[in-house]
Design a protein around this ligand. Structure first.
Ligand code: 13P
Ligand code: SF4
Length: 354
């Protein structure tokens, strides 16, 4: 929907008043009405790096979800304040792994006698607690744009990986990029005793995948791919690695949001694309590339927006910017010192990946 001109003007004025004191980051899944005020846009990896590269900004306004704002707080200096315009903008996937559950899982791995061989690799889409657990146990964070490099690194450190919390990214990377088989992977279910696995299953696995998933990407299925191929002959299917394995296996191209954008930029005029990722981004790409003669459609019209990404709307952004401009620090995201130290270790391992 077109943005309210009054709110647009208020956001513009508040931002102007704040000047260099504020830096606005926007994830690719954000609404158009919000993205227009982002100083930079990017995927989770790019935004983590960009947040860390703005030491002069007193306020980092993060238009994205809670775990991204936490990561920005961890990577920025103590006197920089990270603001999330709506505190209810969480991520259902990140919520699928709690600190307690992961500690219990580590006990199970210890009982099975394998904890020493296991290196945790946690997807960016996880709470600061999970990142701290990862750092404490010698592991690294990854995003969808460096998951293979993170796994390469992890398998140099140990024989097995505990991949948290997205089973699909873990499985897709292991099978598609690392040449492992589906049998090398087991799924640890935090809601069942011992993760629902026997000690023998744990001992023979290479990848222990946490039973988490993205509620948006998990809804694309094999029919989505088959239907679009039938509907649009010659279509290229391009999906995010948070999609289920059957979808990724049937797709032509797989990658992070940043990769999706770059692939479309490089695509020839006349080409047709079905994109399996969040709808705000797909719509924006469809509008952007239509004048160049590239047809971009949503992989499955029954899948909808990420509801928590969508919580950051123009009214919330205006409220946050005007509050800051008036000297009221609102909706600060601050990770406690101890968690931050270990989480930072894990994030820095990621930033140092080749
Ligand atoms: P990327 O931007 O890293 O591709 O991540 C997608 C996502 O689901 C973020 O919530
Ligand atoms: Fe979380 Fe999925 Fe939404 Fe990303 S798209 S924020 S992984 S629920």
């Amino acid at each position: 929907s077109p943005s309210d001109p009054d709110l647009v003007e208020r956001a513009r004025r508040a931002k102007e008043k704040l000047g260099d004191k504020v830096f606005v980051l926007g994830h690719h899944y954000q609404r158009d009405e919000v993205i227009q005020f982002a100083d930079v846009t990017g995927d989770s990896f790019k935004l983590a790096r960009d947040a860390a590269a703005r030491p002069e900004a007193e306020y980092i306004v993060f238009c994205g979800v809670h775990f991204m704002a936490e990561s920005a707080d961890i990577l920025t200096s103590d006197d920089q304040k990270v603001v999330l315009p709506d505190l209810a903008a969480g991520c259902s996937m990140a919520d699928m792994a709690t600190a307690e559950q992961v500690a219990e899982c580590w006990d199970v791995l210890t009982e099975a006698g394998i904890a020493e061989q296991v290196v945790p690799v946690s997807y960016m889409n996880s709470s600061a607690d999970i990142k701290a657990f990862t750092g404490k146990h010698g592991g690294t964070i990854c995003t969808s744009s460096n998951a293979k490099r993170a796994l390469d690194w992890a398998f140099e450190q140990g024989e097995k990986v505990l991949f948290l919390p997205d089973q699909h990214l873990g499985r897709n990377t292991a099978v598609r990029d690392m040449g492992m088989s589906l049998d090398d992977c087991v799924v640890y279910n935090p809601h069942r005793p011992n993760g629902g696995l026997t000690a023998e299953e744990l001992r023979s696995a290479k990848m222990i995948l946490w039973r988490g998933h993205c509620s948006v990407h998990g809804r694309f299925n094999l029919d989505s791919v088959n239907d679009v191929r039938e509907r649009i002959p010659g279509v290229n299917v391009l999906v995010h690695p948070e999609c289920r394995h059957e979808v990724v296996a049937a797709a032509d191209y797989v990658g992070s949001t940043e990769y999706i954008i770059k692939t479309l930029q490089a695509a020839p005029a006349g080409s047709k694309w079905a994109i399996g990722t969040e709808l705000n981004l797909v719509r924006r790409l469809a509008n952007r590339f239509a004048p160049e003669g590239k047809e971009v459609v949503f992989l499955d019209r029954t899948v909808c927006f990420c509801s928590t990404m969508n919580r950051i709307d123009l009214p919330h952004l205006v409220w946050a910017l005007e509050s800051l401009a008036e000297g009221n620090l609102v909706n600060r995201i601050e990770v406690d010192k101890e968690t931050e130290a270990f989480a930072k270790l894990a994030l820095e391992r990621m930033l140092a990946l080749p």
